[in-house]
Design a binder for this molecule. Structure first.
Ligand code: CDP
Ligand code: CDP
Length: 219
């Protein structure tokens, strides 16, 4: 086996995918790719410039910074904060269900992961983007716990939102993501299920690192 592996991390909204993926990538010295941020970037572009932009997606230049922040740039502009706006969150699942958008981003994601050493999180990484990833994790947690985690984040950012609204938003987005026609959110048959409802970040991280190290030792 090559001395690097690819790690695919999928699951519903606010399961902890990006927090954990970033930490796992840092520990292994791997590249972290947040594919949700890529779908959010296209959504922001459509909201700002109109649906016509989807006819020529090759003009949409999406890049990540190489530092620990993993800032995301759309046609040269840092859009890391803008892509977390309620408007983008509200529209992202609809834009993500469009075939041309998925084809464009999936192709980009496969190029990034071609040389291995990537931790990629999203909804369809284990099933569609990297079906040959050496380690696949499907993270889940109850909608209430996920909404509580998101609430804390929003409060830290000074956003005023209540728990029941967040629960509804999370359930609606999961439903759209799980029932769409093209690459819906589902656990790959060979993915390891991690219920993070009662695990803290370090526990989840250490679990995944242990599995990755076993694979790297060839066990
Ligand atoms: O961080 P959060 O859980 O809110 O979501 P995200 O990872 O930023 O993803 C935002 C949305 O992008 C999801 O709700 C999906 O509709 C879409 N997405 C997707 O379709 N496929 C992916 N590989 C990643 C995200
Ligand atoms: O990327 P995804 O939408 O799946 O989730 P996230 O943005 O990484 O995590 C949502 C929040 O849950 C973050 O504030 C994490 O600190 C927190 N959290 C977690 O990720 N994992 C736990 N086991 C406990 C809390």
């Amino acid at each position: 086996m090559n001395n690097k592996i690819n790690i695919a991390i999928d699951g519903p909204a606010a399961a902890g995918k990006s927090t954990i993926s970033k930490r796992v990538a840092e520990r292994l010295g791997y590249v972290y790719i947040d594919t949700g941020a890529m779908y959010r970037a296209v959504t922001l572009h459509v909201l700002n410039s109109g649906r016509e932009v989807m006819e020529n997606l090759n003009d949409v230049d999406i890049r990540f910074s190489n530092d620990a922040h993993r800032s995301i740039y759309l046609n040269g502009a840092d859009i890391s904060s803008e892509i977390r706006s309620p408007e983008v969150t509200e529209n992202v699942s609809a834009i993500s269900s469009i075939q041309s958008v998925r084809e464009y981003l999936v192709q980009m994601q496969r190029v990034i992961a071609a040389d291995k050493g990537v931790v990629m999180d999203g909804r369809d990484i284990g099933t569609t983007v990297l079906p040959d990833a050496e380690l696949k994790i499907y993270m889940k947690a109850s909608p209430e716990i996920r909404a509580k985690r998101r609430l804390e984040e929003e409060q830290e950012r000074g956003v005023d939102v209540d728990l029941s609204t967040l629960i509804q938003q999370i359930i609606r987005r999961d439903d759209l993501d799980m029932t769409r026609e093209i690459s819906p959110l589902r656990k790959a048959d060979d993915a390891i299920l991690l219920d993070t409802s009662h695990m803290n970040i370090e526990e989840v991280e250490n679990n995944i690192i242990r599995m990755a190290e076993e694979l790297l030792r060839g066990e």
